[in-house]
Ligand binder design. Structure first.
Ligand code: SAM
Length: 199
């Protein structure tokens, strides 16, 4: 899917996008490596944009159930057409509890997030995380990314604090230099309050 499509959405909704170009293939690979998806895992992607991470996930794990949230209808339509095996939800990540019920899903094993956390205050970030946590399997893992400069400016501190409150293990990957701008993957594993049953 085109960078042009992404740029159009940035122009329409700069506060919702958090970047001006899609993530690189190298960052998508780092996200998928850190997610450590196993056969049978139910995977949820949040904020798929033009599908930089979706493509990597589908190519590596074509048999896993993948549910993708993308709030922008202009981006969700092309995602649906490009990835026919994926369940694309053109609603905000905040709607996850209702969507899980609608899809008849009770458990999430992996969350791959492209959401622009650094743009948001603690309340909005907490709302999304608290919607997710009740569905997470005890061995679940969430991966997201931050730009290196955001971390240097201290904008990642709030997200990290919220993750530490909700997960036993929280860490950063090595920097991914081949991304514009360079980024790192934030990994949160073993939720403190995952109560999910079988899907
Ligand atoms: C930084 S872009 C990342 C896109 C893609 N994952 C990538 O890395 O290239 C953030 C994406 O999150 C979407 N988004 C923003 N707020 C959202 C929300 N509350 N729920 C779902 N998607 C959201 C935006 O529309 C945008 O496509």
């Amino acid at each position: 899917m085109s960078t042009l499509l992404f740029l159009r959405d940035v122009a329409r909704n700069p506060a919702r996008m958090g970047s001006v170009v899609p993530s690189s293939a190298r960052l998508a690979q780092a996200m998928a490596d850190c997610a450590d998806i196993q056969p049978g895992h139910v995977v949820v992607e949040l904020g798929a944009g033009t599908g930089a991470f979706t493509r990597e996930l589908v190519e590596r794990h074509p048999r896993n159930r993948l549910v993708v949230f993308e709030v922008s209808a202009t981006l969700a339509g092309p995602l649906e057409r490009s990835f026919p095996t994926v369940t694309v939800v053109a609603r905000p990540a905040e709607a996850l509890p209702e969507v899980m019920a609608e899809l008849g899903l009770g458990r999430i094993d992996r969350v791959v997030s492209g959401l622009p956390w650094a743009l948001w205050g603690a309340a909005q970030q907490a709302r999304i995380l608290d919607g997710l946590v009740p569905y997470l399997a005890p061995s679940a893992r969430l991966v997201t990314f931050h730009y290196l400069h955001s971390r240097a400016l201290g904008r990642v501190r709030t997200t990290r604090g919220l993750l530490v409150e909700r997960f036993h293990d929280v860490s950063f990957s090595a920097p991914v230099w081949r991304n514009l701008p360079p980024a790192l993957v934030h990994v949160a594993a073993r939720p403190r309050a995952g109560t999910a049953g079988a899907a």
